[in-house]
Write a protein that binds this ligand. Sequence first.
Ligand SMILES: *[C@@H]1O[C@H](CO)[C@@H](O)[C@H](O)[C@H]1NC(C)=O
Ligand SMILES: *[C@@H]1O[C@H](CO)[C@@H](O)[C@H](O)[C@H]1NC(C)=O
Length: 171
Amino acid sequence: MAYYQLAPVLCALVQSKVYMHLYLNQVASGSNPNPNQLVIVGPSGEFGTTAVNDWNITIQPGADNPPVAKAQGLHMKSSQTKDKWYMSFNIEFQDARFAGSTLNVMGIFPENGEWNIIEGTGAFTMAHGIIKHNIIQSSCEKRVFELKIHAFYSNMTSSQASPCNRWTMRA
Ligand SMILES: *[C@@H]1O[C@H](CO)[C@@H](O)[C@H](O)[C@H]1NC(C)=O
Ligand SMILES: *[C@@H]1O[C@H](CO)[C@@H](O)[C@H](O)[C@H]1NC(C)=O
């Protein structure tokens, strides 16, 4: 028996949309006793500086609140002239409803704008969308970003159950 199965998608995949309003808390090292990022390639703050981040995402603004998710990945200073960082991370949810599911995000910070959601896993399989972000607090090497997450996704289990296509792959 073949190790793969192919099936035509006979009608549009059933997609859901999720909207979330959350806060991302960045706490740099330096004077902060409990940082959630670490420079791994220096010199700190110059072009090419790369840091690993484990930023807490919370329902209320402020790093002291319990996280519902973590933004885990890398950011790298990618402009020679501006405070502009390229970043790529997974948002991994921890709360009961979405525990273990991820959104895969890339973009530029800290300037206000939008990041891309380029994929997802678990509840958010095949996610695509944007995260609108803006800085609402910034002091003492800490920042709080307000996040407005807009994503479409398609639950593979629901897709199997859909009467109009026949996905049978189960790993
Ligand atoms: C983030 O959340 C963890 C629990 O997952 C907690 O231990 C930590 O103190 C929080 N704050 C920061 C700044 O990372
Ligand atoms: C996918 O949808 C099914 C049926 O609605 C549901 O039982 C299941 O929990 C969903 N899976 C995820 C990961 O949300």
